[in-house]
Design a binder for this molecule. Structure first.
Ligand code: ATP
Length: 334
């Protein structure tokens, strides 16, 4: 296990500032997810921690020791890539054992570690196969196995599930978090998928254009987003935002309310509008409603909802669940 600390970490490529000063404390044994839109710098930040890129400024510490200038192999971290990066001509056993062989470990130790990793990852009956004879999920497990046998202080995952189909992603998501708990190792996991972030993380780092917008538990980000960016990024469908007169009575420049906190009915007080789209998912119904002078508002109702396109509805945002933001987009707290 390892505690990883970033102090004012910066990275520029040429004249482009990609990471604009990151401060972060990752606790021993925790599962931290870096999430953010494409190009925000998630992979770059992970590669800086791994030592695969040099920082332009700031310091990186592992368990309090400065590793800013330590080469990757000496940091005690293992990286798992999206592309798996397996050797096609080697068996599963050979792939998992490769790093240990290169390090000159004794054969008995290698055999024992490979067997144990294969057992943990359900790969025991595939050890003599070649990567091309495996499914995507099995290949990803081999890549993880290769990281496990090195017994790292922390795992660094770079979008490891993005080549898998939706069902397999959900399954592997569970496997990766279970594995991390079982091995009791610190993990940093990069994804652009906020659902993956919410379901896997102990704590989430939301990155935007090279800056950390917020660092908190999934529920903190959902219930108390620090600003408009985090409010809009976390949650699906997205939070509704309303500016202008409707925000003024709340003493805010913008108010936000999540679709699940907007009730739709036929009558009563509220925002009157017309349903433009109704999505019936069985478990939920999403209503997209055009409200004059307010804009398009999404309402999420549990279960099947007998309302269809063109119907007039009254929307009632739950006053206790309204988020308020100032003109700079920062959250206002009561
Ligand atoms: P994605 O989700 O699309 O993978 P990301 O958040 O991981 O995105 P990065 O890969 O960290 O983003 O890239 C951040 C920015 O840095 C991008 O604008 C990218 O073009 C730039 N960048 C990354 N590596 C280099 C490099 N070696 N040289 C120049 N620019 C780079």
């Amino acid at each position: 296990m390892a505690r990883i600390t970033l102090e004012g970490v910066k990275k520029s490529f040429g004249s482009h500032d990609i990471i604009k000063g990151a401060d972060l404390e990752i606790d021993d044994g925790s599962f931290v997810v870096f999430v953010g839109p494409s190009g925000c710098g998630k992979t770059t930040l992970l590669r800086l921690i791994a030592g695969l890129e040099d920082v332009t400024g700031g310091r990186i510490l592992i368990d309090g020791a400065d590793v800013t200038d330590t080469p990757p192999a000496k940091r005690g971290l293992s990286m798992v890539f999206q592309s798996y990066a397996l050797y096609p001509h080697m068996s599963v056993r050979g792939n998992i054992a490769f790093g240990l062989k290169m390090a000159g470990r004794p054969k008995a130790e290698i055999d024992e570690k490979v067997s144990r990793a294969a057992e943990i990852l359900n790969l025991t009956s595939y050890l003599d196969r070649k990567p091309r004879e495996l499914s995507g999920g099995q290949r990803q497990r081999v890549a993880i196995g290769r990281a496990i046998v090195r017994e790292p202080k922390a795992f660094l995952f770079d979008e490891p599930l993005s080549n898998l189909d939706a069902a397999l992603r959900v399954q592997m998501r569970l496997e990766v978090t279970r594995l991390q708990r079982q091995l009791d190792t610190t993990a940093i996991y990069v994804t652009h998928d906020q659902v993956e972030a919410m379901t896997m993380a102990d704590r989430i780092v939301v990155l935007n254009a090279g800056r950390i917008e917020q660092y908190g538990t999934p529920l903190e980000l959902y219930e108390r987003p620090a600003n408009l960016f985090v409010a809009g990024f976390i949650g699906s469908p997205r939070m509704n935002f309303v500016a202008g007169k409707a925000a003024e009575p709340y003493g805010a420049a913008t108010i936000g309310v999540r679709p699940e906190h907007v009730a739709a009915g036929r009558e009563g007080e509220g925002w009157a509008g017309t349903v433009s789209v109704a999505e019936h998912l069985g478990s939920d119904t999403f209503l997209y409603v055009d409200v004059p002078e307010i804009g398009a508002i999404t309402s999420r109702a549990p279960g099947e909802f007998g309302i269809s396109v063109g119907d007039r509805v009254i929307l009632r945002p739950d006053p206790a669940r309204i988020h308020r933001f100032d003109a700079e987009g920062r959250a206002l707290r009561a």
